[in-house]
Design a protein around this ligand. Structure first.
Ligand code: TQI
Ligand code: ZN
Ligand code: ZN
Length: 169
């Protein structure tokens, strides 16, 4: 079953169009940016929320960047494997990914990938759940389940994720 963060924080009801931006220094390819756009779409399909990309990093609601090791927020990354990414509850908007992971981009029909690789879209969909206010789920098929078998791809919201996000928005 889905869960929320303590106190059930969520984006305010007068704010249904959230903006997101990529850390300019990362110079991400369009292919990478499109993975995040697809991940946001999965959540907007289940809610009245929309997500719009902006170039204004500091004022965006959701700020996405790849960082390695200690990057100044008190939650250092740990090199390959271990922690892959972290995101915070509303209305924080901080979404950091560990630049030391072997990130891969997979396409729609892929079901398994190299054991040492981490599927970017799978992690993005999970972290966006946190950014919107979902905690972890006890349902193994759910995007918000707190583990993913290595070398796998899981990008489609389960009924449990949909019920959770619809209880918030
Ligand atoms: N990062 C953890 C996560 O996002 C960070 C975390 C631990 C956390 N406990 C939390 C965040 C409680 C919010 C609330 O869950 S992670 C997975 C999964 C991670 C893990 O790097 O371990 C995914 C990131 F589910 F596969 F284990 C993405 Cl998909
Ligand atoms: Zn961080
Ligand atoms: Zn999580």
């Amino acid at each position: 079953h889905y869960s929320f963060f303590p106190g059930m924080p969520r984006w305010p009801s007068n704010k249904r169009d959230l903006t997101y931006a990529f850390l300019p220094d990362n110079q991400l390819t369009d292919e990478v940016k499109n993975v995040f756009a697809t991940a946001f779409d999965r959540w907007s399909e289940a809610t009245s929320l929309t997500f719009t990309r902006t170039d204004f990093y500091t004022s965006a609601d959701i700020r996405i960047g790849f960082f390695t090791g200690d990057h100044g927020d008190g939650e250092p990354f740990d090199g390959a494997m271990g922690t892959l990414a972290h995101a915070f509850s509303p209305p924080n908007g901080r979404f950091h990914l560990d630049g030391d992971e072997n990130w891969v981009i997979t396409s729609g029909t892929t079901t398994s990938i190299s054991m040492s690789a981490i599927d970017l879209e799978s992690v993005a969909v999970h972290e966006i759940g946190h950014l919107l206010g979902l905690g972890h789920s006890s349902v193994e098929d759910a995007i918000m389940y707190p583990s993913i078998s290595s070398g796998s791809r899981k990008v489609e919201l389960a009924n449990d994720d949909i019920q959770g996000i619809q209880a918030l928005y």
